[in-house]
Design a protein around this ligand. Structure first.
Ligand code: BTN
Length: 243
C-alpha cells in the first residue's frame, strides 16, 4: 500500500485527484495530512480539524465494476468499513447517519466525502476522503461533534487507526468487486441512525415534518415513511434530520 504523508495541504482529496491525473496510482494509495488548510466537507462545507490530532486522509480506489448509478454502494462500503474499524477500537454506541456520517453516542465522530473519477462517462475510480476526529477533545459549541478520545477516554495512535480503516476498506471493497450489493445494503440499513424511530426532518424552506427512516434506495436516497403510510425517497439537498 502506497502511503504519502504530508505535513500540510489544502485538501487530501484535491491533492489525490490531481496526482491520479498525473500518474498511474496503485489501488488503495493513501494521502494523509497533519493539517488541511481547505478541507472539504459534504455539500460545499468546510472540514476543520486541529493539526496533528486527527485523521484527515484520502484513499484512491480503482472501480471497474460499478455503473454510475450504483455509486452509492461505495459510500455504503466506506461507512461500514469505518463503523467496523471503530467497533474494533471499542468506540461506544456507533451508528451510521445517512448518508455517511459516523456517530458515537449521537455525536458526529467521522465524515466521509467520496468524489468519483469519471472517464469517458464511466466511473473508473473513487477518491474516498475520510475525516475522523481522534485525539481532539474541544469542538465548537453547537457542532455536536465527538472524537475517539472524547468517547473512550483513550489516546489513539493515528497510524494504527488508519491501518485498521484501510484493512476494513479492503474487505468491504471486495464485496463491491463481488457485487454482493444485497449484503452491503442489509448491513448498512441495519446500522442506520434512527431507523424505524419517529424522527423530525427539516426541509430547505424551514418546514418540519415527521417520518420513519425505513432504509435507502439503490441510488442512495433516504426512504422515509410519512404520515398516511406514504413512502418517499429524499436526497441530501432535500432534508436534514433533526436530532
Ligand atoms: C463531511 O462533511 O462530513 C465530509 C467530511 C470529509 C472530510 C475529509 S478530510 C480528508 C478528505 N479531504 C477533504 O478535503 N475532505 C475529506
Amino acid at each position: 500500500m502506497k502511503i504519502i504523508k504530508l505535513d500540510a495541504i489544502d485538501s487530501t482529496n484535491t491533492y489525490l485527484r490531481q496526482l491520479s491525473m498525473e500518474e498511474k496510482l496503485p489501488d488503495f494509495t493513501i494521502v494523509t495530512a497533519a493539517l488541511q488548510t481547505a478541507g472539504k466537507g459534504q455539500m460545499g462545507t468546510k472540514w476543520n480539524a486541529e493539526k496533528g490530532k486527527n485523521l484527515t486522509f484520502s484513499v484512491f480506489k480503482k472501480i471497474f465494476c460499478l455503473e454510475n448509478e450504483e455509486a452509492f454502494y461505495m459510500s455504503m462500503a466506506t461507512s461500514l468499513a469505518i463503523y467496523n474499524a471503530l467497533k474494533h477500537f471499542q468506540v461506544p454506541k456507533l451508528a451510521i447517519k445517512w448518508p455517511n456520517d459516523i456517530l458515537s453516542e449521537n455525536q458526529k465522530i467521522c465524515g466521509i466525502l467520496i468524489e468519483n473519477v469519471i472517464q469517458n462517462s464511466k466511473m473508473t475510480a473513487a477518491i474516498i476522503g475520510i475525516g475522523l476526529n481522534v485525539n481532539q477533545t474541544v469542538f465548537k459549541v453547537g457542532l455536536n461533534a465527538s472524537s475517539l478520545k472524547k468517547s473512550t477516554g483513550v489516546h489513539f495512535d493515528l497510524d494504527e487507526v488508519m491501518f485498521e480503516i484501510a484493512k476494513q476498506l479492503k474487505k468491504y471493497s471486495h464485496l463491491i468487486t463481488e457485487r454482493s450489493f444485497e449484503l452491503l445494503k442489509n448491513e448498512y440499513e441495519s446500522l442506520l441512525f434512527r431507523k424505524d424511530k419517529p424522527s423530525t426532518f427539516k426541509m430547505p424552506n424551514g418546514k418540519l415534518f415527521m417520518g420513519f427512516i425505513q432504509g435507502v434506495s439503490e441510488d442512495g436516497k433516504l426512504n422515509i415513511l410519512l404520515e398516511d403510510d406514504i413512502m418517499t425517497a429524499f436526497d441530501l439537498k432535500e432534508i436534514k434530520l433533526m436530532y
